[in-house]
Design a protein around this ligand. Structure first.
Ligand SMILES: Nc1ncnc2c1ncn2[C@@H]1O[C@H](COP(=O)(O)OP(=O)(O)OP(=O)(O)O)[C@@H](O)[C@H]1O
Length: 205
């Protein structure tokens, strides 16, 4: 899996958030985008996920040399981010079953298997709206970790997690497949201490 950005730029109203972003992101490794609050990390991740339109430049997804059309990018990507909401009225089991109808889990994992990996077996019949913020964050991360998708994008992955939750995050992130491409947006070095490619988004201002 490869994502290539050529001369990518994003403008909101009259303000350019970044311009002339040239990147080649290749599966088998991870990339972390860093920069101060408001510098554009989340915006860039959403562009790379194909969930926000670019203002200028070009984005290409390809797998084994074959270009993937933009209509199919969403199938390639699992994104966990603070601004993405879970369906609060569903129980955890209902949410996992619902999610599975769009994107299957890895290795034929069942919703019960996923709940166990989330350390939330006891909460699987509880509605998400009654989950603590840390439990919700674990669910968001788990949907990204355990979905069978070649690209995993994590924006502020350990927000709301306690020390045990952060340890769980590190354990899961280490278990991602070498075929997957991991992209992170972060301000906290301990979230990406394992990541060999750290890119400061202010270079594209
Ligand atoms: N929908 C929008 N309309 C207008 N401006 C926006 C919109 N979304 C983001 N911005 C602006 O784009 C800039 C970059 O925001 P972004 O959320 O990408 O930054 P960030 O680096 O992820 O910040 P943080 O570390 O606080 O999460 C900010 O100035 C923000 O106000």
């Amino acid at each position: 899996m490869e994502i290539v950005a050529s001369q990518l730029g994003k403008k909101y109203r009259k303000e350019w958030i970044f311009r002339r972003v040239d990147l080649t992101l290749t599966a088998g490794t991870s990339y972390t985008f860093v920069g101060p609050n408001g510098s554009g990390k989340s915006t860039l991740l959403q562009l790379l996920a194909g969930s926000l339109p670019v203002t200028e430049g070009k984005l290409t997804y390809s797998r084994k040399g074959a270009v993937i059309e933009p209509d199919y990018w969403f199938q390639q990507v699992s994104l966990a981010a603070p601004y993405l909401e879970l369906v609060e009225e569903l129980t955890l089991t209902e949410l996992l079953i619902f999610h599975q109808t769009f994107k299957p889990f890895k290795q034929n994992m069942t919703p019960d298997d996923v709940a166990e990996r989330l350390l939330l077996t006891n909460a699987r019949h509880k509605e998400i709206k009654y989950f603590s913020s840390g439990m919700k964050q674990r669910v968001k991360l788990g949907l990204a970790f355990f979905t069978d998708s070649p690209v995993v994008i994590l924006d502020e992955p350990t927000s709301n997690l306690d020390r045990q939750g952060a340890a769980w995050y590190h354990e899961q992130v280490r278990q991602l497949s070498p075929d997957q491409l991991l992209l992170i947006g972060s301000n906290q070095p301990e979230e990406y201490d394992f990541c060999p490619n750290v890119l400061d988004v202010t270079q594209w201002k």
